[in-house]
Write a protein that binds this ligand. Structure first.
Ligand code: SF4
Length: 507
């Protein structure tokens, strides 16, 4: 592709002369700055090292400002005003750009890093027809990081307190979006979290090489500064019941996600050295202060680590395992991801899959475990595997439901495995519905709601949204659902007489 000569890419100021659409598509795509694979496996720092201002201005100028309705805005679940924000970056107005993203999103610096942009905003970017799509996600992260570093989170406009109290259960993306929105509406919010630190999935589910914990904690600190209170090490359904919360709060939001790893139910699945993904990830990624007593300390490691699964969580596990091997004298070991489907059927973000391969992870497709084999001490040593085929034979670009993947007769084989990590999906936590029968569910741990636009459950004044309604999904869709639920909760709270507790009727 020809490069433009009219503008000096080393001097972003020259781009502020407002290039034409034709000139914009001629600006070469700038790959986001990243740590090299050989370096990044030695640390847990984020792969994306952040744009410099000059790079961000050039990249933002690649946006051609499509006529309305802009395809990127339609494709973003939060409908972020992307072209306006990119225009602001182009003009060096990074603070303004961040505020544009923050107007529609509670976690732009998180979404910019973790959304599967290739199937959302960037997947619909018109510029992709000429060159690579504009790096919308990384630019979103850039301007919001810039704002946080230079002036902090913006202070919300003052609002009169309503006197209404809300309990938010869980502190993942949907819950924190609800907590922030309801605080902006003037309600007082207390968040209950099971783990020792707030952040839920963002803190305990996402490895630091994808999202630095400092970014999550900065947001928590900001929420505290605007009045949100956090109570940690408190599991609703165990230490405190929904009934108890009803006596203290006018409304309750349930945002507990889908924290329960699916059991694999195979012979030998109770051998030592077999981990569920969550335990392996939190012990591998988090500091001791962040962990409950029983999970403190690194997971056991070995030269042969087998990860079972083909989604984003398995990608997190293989990349964590490889880093732990390299940093603990096992660099000559191997990490293999075994997936029952074909490579194109994986439910993993493309970028993460490429990163994992670059970091030395191996893959074995159309292979599934049928038995775990231990040694005399009851520790995993081998896995008996079964070759699979898809029925009908898989077509490129077509995802085949698992029930029509079938074993190939006589094709079992045995592989060595010192450690096994199971990353075969997550389901809801049935504890709260078990203790609160009035809360109806659609599946174990998934709450029935009147509509996803309101999140109103079968118990008056109790709302739910995000993964604990529709099953494990994207962070950005959880935030969008949380924002919808917060609006419905605000309407509900404002409609009730101020001298009556709407749940228990107490004056
Ligand atoms: Fe793209 Fe996600 Fe940001 Fe929306 S929230 S603009 S989909 S990165």
């Amino acid at each position: 592709m020809d490069t433009i000569l009219k503008y000096d890419l080393e001097d972003p100021a020259s781009l502020w002369l407002d290039p034409t659409r034709h000139e914009r598509v001629l600006i070469p795509a700038g790959p986001p700055p990243e740590q090299k694979p050989v370096e990044r496996v030695k640390n847990f720092r984020m792969v994306f090292t952040g744009y410099e201002e000059k790079q961000a201005v050039v990249e933002a100028t690649r946006c051609i400002h499509c006529p309305s309705p802009e395809p990127c805005i339609l494709a973003c679940p939060l409908h972020n005003h992307i072209p306006s924000a990119l225009r602001a970056i182009e003009q060096g107005q990074y603070e303004e750009a961040a505020n544009i993203f923050r107007a529609t999103s509670n976690f732009p610096e998180v979404c910019g890093r973790l959304c599967p942009q290739e199937i959302l905003c960037e997947g619909s970017c018109t510029v992709a027809g000429y060159d690579r799509a504009v790096n919308i996600g990384k630019l979103e992260a850039f301007c919001c990081d810039w704002q946080r570093d230079h002036s902090g989170f913006p202070t919300p406009s003052p609002v009169s307190p309503t006197g209404r109290r809300v309990a938010v259960v869980g502190s993942g993306p949907a819950s924190l979006a609800v907590a922030e929105e309801l605080t902006h509406f003037g309600h007082s919010v207390v968040v209950y979290e099971t783990w020792p630190k707030p952040g839920g999935l963002l803190h305990y589910g996402i490895p630091s090489f994808k999202l630095n914990k400092d970014i999550v904690m900065a947001k928590i600190t900001h929420l505290e500064s605007i009045g949100v209170k956090f109570i940690c090490n408190m599991r609703v359904g165990r230490e405190v019941q929904v009934d108890d919360l009803q006596k203290q709060y006018e409304a309750i939001f349930l945002g507990i996600g889908t924290p329960v790893g699916h059991a694999i139910k195979l012979p030998g699945d109770d051998l030592k050295g077999i981990y569920q993904a969550t335990e392996f990830l939190v012990r591998g990624n988090l500091s001791l202060d962040d962990l409950p007593e029983k999970l403190k300390g690194l997971p056991e490691l070995g030269k042969s680590i087998a990860v079972i699964g083909g989604g984003d969580t398995s990608a997190d596990c293989v990349r964590t395992a490889r880093r732990l091997q390299v940093q603990n004298g096992l660099a000559d070991g191997n990490v293999v991801d075994y997936y029952r489907g074909a490579e194109f059927e994986m439910r993993v973000r493309e970028e993460e899959h490429i990163y994992a391969k670059e970091e030395g992870v191996h893959y074995e497709f159309l292979a599934t475990p049928i038995r775990f084999i231990g040694d005399a001490q009851g520790h995993i040593r081998q896995i008996e595997m079964q070759r699979m085929r898809s029925k009908p034979p898989h077509q490129p670009g077509q995802r085949v439901p698992s029930q029509i993947r079938i074993p190939i007769p006589g094709s079992t084989f045995t592989i060595p495995a010192d450690i096994v990590v199971l990353a075969i999906g997550y389901g809801g936590d049935p504890l709260i519905p078990t203790k609160t029968p009035a809360l109806k569910t659609t599946k174990p741990g998934l709450f029935q709601v009147e509509s996803e636009a309101t999140g109103s459950t079968t118990l008056g004044g109790v709302y739910a949204a995000g993964d604990d309604v529709h099953g494990a999904e994207l962070i950005v869709t959880a935030i969008a659902a949380g924002r919808d639920a917060a609006r419905a909760m605000n309407d509900y709270l404002r409609a009730i007489p101020t001298d009556v507790n709407p749940i228990n009727g107490a004056a």
